[in-house]
Design a protein around this ligand. Structure first.
Ligand SMILES: C[S@@+](CC[C@H](N)C(=O)[O-])C[C@H]1O[C@@H](n2cnc3c(N)ncnc32)[C@H](O)[C@@H]1O
Length: 489
């Protein structure tokens, strides 16, 4: 598309990704943990602003068939893809519209969840103001808005990179040539920067990270038309001017001090006068924060965020955990590991039992209601949550680890895979990376009509291997897909 209505996102598509930390079930759980327990948990209405080609919103619509979802985006090509995939997946509770945030045409609310991932700091100030005004007007009484954005001071280095990249790519219109030139500059500078100089060493690290990212992300971020990281304090000031307030961040790891205030809160008091937003702003300075996912609620709805076990009622937790063999030197300590090799060590027998049950139940979830009565246990549990190893939700996952005799993959994952997409929506909320064409072909067969024998026969034909070979591989591929969160039965 290259006519007058096409945008930079039509010329270079943005990778379509599902964001677990934007999912109503996950945001709702964090909001409830922070005391906003009246958050709607079913039959909710969701608006996603700047939804791109819709994978994120469709994964939510799949998980909550009784709820209604609307996605808007300025890029017509992205909306066309979203509508096509939604139709082939048979998702009747979601609709997508090409629409400019600045225009009056956004379908009227109220909405219980207003979501914008990667938009707020990628648009000019006037659009940001409009996003906040719309949210103030359209958010339901007990609803939440969640905006993710790049933040200062961490993103100052990225701004430095952007200056250099814009300088060497000035005047280049062709996206492929622009990206090639930009990436070549990064590689050149990485060799040239002297590690002995702390500034150069920091830039070197930043440039290496930029080179590792999907090139299309680099095109729309550092090389993009608008790259405007924010200060938390400014975001909250604009929210407050529009009848909203700041509740917390959808990454529970950022909420540790809010849930369990420690000496840090006291020691910063001289700078914050006890103001929570000023405190979090100070934390951003200390942590050199780069990204936030801010949860906003209606003014007057922010109460005491400190941990109260009663708030665990109606929440579920899941965790992909495996337990290490016991250490002969310290047999009383159990070590659990996440797939990304994060470790949780504990000697508390209650917590060991809890983490064991979580690992065994995965991708199923544990109902946390019973832990609400055991204060000590729930605090330990919260430690694990804050470490990022567990996901808290307002409803359990609808995927299974035990595929039935005629395995069924989610209709959305199949519809996405049919378009050639290698990263399909996981029911867990993130992206399921399929990895290779054989797995895509296998996934497409999982429509609930085939037995394991049928699947092996079909795969033997497709992949030109013997039936025995295909039959031997079938259980492990199926288990792999179940772990990715794409199998529903
Ligand atoms: C960086 S992309 C993020 C896409 C998606 N939310 C994600 O995180 O994968 C920003 C999106 O905002 C959309 N956008 C930018 N300005 C807009 C506007 N004025 N109105 C509606 N959408 C807009 C773009 O078309 C693009 O799809």
């Amino acid at each position: 598309m290259n006519d007058a209505t096409s945008t930079s996102y039509d010329r270079v598509a943005y990778p379509s990704v599902c964001h677990i930390d934007m999912h109503p079930s996950v945001i709702g759980a964090v909001a409830a943990l922070c005391g906003h327990t009246a958050i709607p948990r079913e039959n909710y209405r969701v608006l996603e602003i700047g939804c791109g080609s819709g994978a994120n919103l469709m994964s939510m619509a799949l998980a909550a068939p009784e709820s209604r979802f609307v996605g808007i985006d300025l890029a017509p090509s992205a909306i066309a893809i979203a509508n096509n995939v939604a139709a082939s997946a048979g998702l009747s509770n979601v609709r997508f519209e090409t629409c400019n945030i600045l225009d009056a045409g956004i379908p009227k609310g109220p909405y219980d969840y207003i979501i914008a991932h990667g938009v707020y700091a990628w648009v000019p100030g006037a659009v940001r103001e409009r996003m906040m005004r719309l949210s103030g007007e359209m958010l339901s009484e007990n609803g939440v808005a969640v905006f993710s954005y790049n933040v200062f001071p961490g993103c100052r280095l990225r701004e430095g990179l952007r200056d250099m990249l814009l300088s060497v790519t000035k005047g280049i219109e062709d996206p492929v040539k622009k990206l090639e030139r930009g990436r070549a500059l990064l590689a050149y500078q990485i060799d040239g920067w002297n590690e002995g100089d702390p500034y150069a060493a920091a830039m070197k690290m930043e440039a290496a990270a930029a080179l590792k990212r999907d090139p299309y992300v680099l095109y729309h971020d550092e090389l993009g038309e608008c790259f405007e990281p924010q200060m938390l304090g400014d975001v909250v000031a604009l929210a407050r001017a529009n009848g909203l307030d700041y509740l917390g961040d959808s990454h529970v790891s950022l909420m540790a001090e809010a849930l369990f205030p420690g000496p840090r809160v006291e020691s910063a008091r001289g700078w914050t006068d006890g103001d929570w937003v000023k405190f979090e702003q100070m934390l951003d300075f200390t942590m050199m924060r780069r990204f936030r996912r801010s949860i906003l609620v209606r003014a007057g709805k922010v109460g005491d965020r400190r941990f109260d076990p009663a708030r665990l009622v109606g929440l579920f937790a899941d965790a992909d955990l495996t337990q290490d063999e016991p250490d002969a030197q310290k047999p009383e300590i159990a070590t659990f590991r996440t797939p990304s090799e994060e470790e949780i060590k504990t000697g508390n027998p209650y917590v060991v039992a809890l983490l064991k049950s979580l690992g065994e139940a995965y991708p199923g979830a544990l109902d946390l209601g019973k832990y609400a009565r055991e204060h000590e246990l729930s605090e330990h549990f919260l430690d694990a949550l804050v470490s990022g190893a567990l996901t808290l939700r307002t409803r359990p996952l609808a995927c299974t680890s035990q595929p039935g005799p005629r395995p069924l993959a989610s209709a959305l994952a199949r519809a996405q895979a049919a378009t050639g997409e290698m990263n399909v929506a996981s029911i867990k909320g993130g992206a399921a990376k399929l990895g290779d064409a054989g797995i895509v072909a296998f996934l497409l067969l999982l429509d609930g009509t085939r037995t394991l024998d049928d699947l092996a026969r079909a795969m033997a034909e497709k992949m030109r291997v013997s039936f025995d070979e295909a039959e031997a591989r079938t259980p492990s591929v199926l288990a792999h897909l179940a772990k990715l969160g794409v199998i529903v039965a």
